[in-house]
Write a protein that binds this ligand. Structure first.
Ligand code: V55
Ligand code: FE
Length: 485
């Protein structure tokens, strides 16, 4: 139990708070970062990123990586120069803890473990994804509503409930922007509250107005971290990482892995309704991230990272089995199935021999056939460096050509890991690929700027930061506009 009079002022000596994972707690603006080489002229815009960075030592003496307070950062590129800004999101939780000079919230997604003084406050950390829509910047966390930030200063404007219209209590941190219509497609799971099976499928139009919210029930309450959208279909996935209210009330974890349950894939037509959802059942498996999906008629293809079970070591298994990082490693996988025939064969094929996660594409072809996927590879034959949510950082950047099957990769050194890559579109080319590099020897960060078509050639330019950047989750690229730069 927390000590009310003298809370700990020290982060516990655990891997998720040590080394590259040590909380940085830095808010800053750095003009004109040092650049080795020359930044391409095509780099004109803002790269927003979001990740967890705990403000205070955990009230209960321990905590998991994904429960840290959301910090949003922006690299602003213009005319061969780059500036950097980083700020915490002023969530209700952040403000309450700052006012009390200590942490007051308990276990990840378990309000029953909080200090009595914060009952009823928003527990959201806004720590997962920075997302730009209709010129507005949002910080997203799947258990709560988005927070809106000023795209220039990164100051928090407040919680975003779509002008009071959204009924779902949650909004996914994996929004899909339709490149043809500029709509924001999203969903919320546990939409009616903790452990509810309710899922809300929602659409905001190109101006950001909520124009659709349809509720349906998932087969069981599960962590639905991502989803997939094609031109004609929406695909929901329910993998057996399950929530139980009694366990939470007893002070237990929100999540548990239950490999005895099936995976359920729900498919609905975008011009149809959730009432017509078709469910495909598969044996238990897990996926955090979808790279992209597309359809040709009723034939659906989804490229996603699939593992035998949840890759987070801190999601306990119902059968008590230990987490085995190698057996549970995620692989980029292609699923093909016929939306009109739930009984048809469901084809699954691994696209790359290098395990890894955080897949991205050129989002101009989102929801349509894509050719290239870029992701962070964790090659077991190279040094395993501790950082980030899985416990191991990506020792490679990997590019997969899904047309030829070719896999190429970039390895920098035994002391470097990569954070999630970002593809910056360049007209007439494959684009530029950006990634933050964690330098485990110096404890500093850099950013590599790569020609996406030839990542093995190494950086065209490298941006040096005078600080460490704790591993973040997801980012978004916004080309220069008056609103964003
Ligand atoms: C993930 C991250 C989260 C979370 C649940 O990447 C899943 C997976 C950053 O927070 O709350
Ligand atoms: Fe994610």
């Amino acid at each position: 139990m927390p000590n009310d009079s003298s809370p700990s002022r020290q982060f516990p000596p655990l891997p998720q708070f040590s080394g590259m994972n040590a909380p940085s707690r830095i808010e800053c603006h750095i003009q004109d970062l040092e650049v080795v080489g020359e930044l391409p002229q095509a780099l004109q815009g803002s790269w927003y990123r979001c990740g967890p960075d705990p403000q205070y030592p955990p009230m209960l003496g321990d905590d998991i990586y994904i429960n840290g307070d959301g910090a949003v950062s922006a690299f602003r590129f213009a005319d061969g120069r780059v500036d950097f800004t980083m700020r915490y999101v002023r969530t209700q939780r952040f403000e309450a803890e700052r006012a009390a000079h200590r942490s007051l919230f308990g276990l990840y997604r378990n309000p029953y473990t909080d200090h009595a003084s914060v009952r009823g406050l928003d527990r959201g950390t806004a720590n997962t994804t920075a997302f730009v829509h209709a010129g507005r910047l949002f910080a997203l966390k799947e258990d709560s509503l988005p927070y809106e930030l000023d795209p220039v200063t990164l100051e928090t404007k407040g919680r975003h409930d779509f002008d009071g219209k959204l009924r779902s209590r949650t909004v996914t941190a994996h929004p899909k922007r339709d490149p043809e219509t500029d709509e924001w497609l999203f969903f919320g799971y546990e939409a009616a509250g903790d452990a509810s099976k309710d899922v809300a499928f929602c659409v905001a139009d190109k101006h950001g107005a909520l124009v659709r919210e349809e509720w349906f029930e998932a087969p069981y309450a599960a962590m639905q971290h991502d989803f997939a959208v094609t031109r004609d279909y929406v695909i929901f996935s329910v993998f057996p990482t399950v929530c139980d209210l009694d366990r939470m009330k007893a002070g237990g974890t929100h999540w548990m892995w239950d490999g005895a349950l099936d995976t359920w894939i729900g498919v609905m037509r975008r011009d149809g309704s959730a009432k017509d959802m078709r469910w495909f059942r598969r044996p238990a498996c897990y996926s955090y991230h979808v790279a992209n999906a597309f359809n040709t008629g009723s034939q659906i293809t989804v490229d996603l990272c699939v593992s035998a079970r949840n890759v987070f070591p801190y999601v306990p298994a119902r059968d008590g089995s230990a987490h085995d990082p190698e057996a549970n490693a995620p692989y980029l996988t292609r699923w093909c199935f016929d939306a009109d025939n739930p009984e048809s064969s469901f084809n699954s094929r691994v696209l790359s021999p290098i395990p890894g996660e955080l897949p991205r594409i050129d989002e101009r072809v989102s929801m349509q056939p894509h050719r290239f996927i870029y992701y962070g590879g964790i090659d077991p034959r190279k040094s395993q460096l501790v950082t980030g949510p899985i416990g191991l950082g990506s020792n490679h950047l990997v590019r997969v050509d899904t047309q030829t099957g070719g896999v190429t990769s970039l390895f920098l050194s035994d002391t470097t890991t990569f954070q999630e890559p970002q593809l910056v579109p360049v007209p007439g080319a494959e684009g530029l690929l950006l990634a933050v590099v964690d330098h485990h020897d110096t404890g500093l960060a850099s950013v590599v700027v790569l020609n996406a078509a030839d990542i093995t050639a190494g950086p065209i330019a490298q941006i040096k930061l005078p600080i460490r950047l704790r591993d973040s989750f997801h980012g978004d690229w916004a080309p220069s506009t008056p609103q964003t730069i």
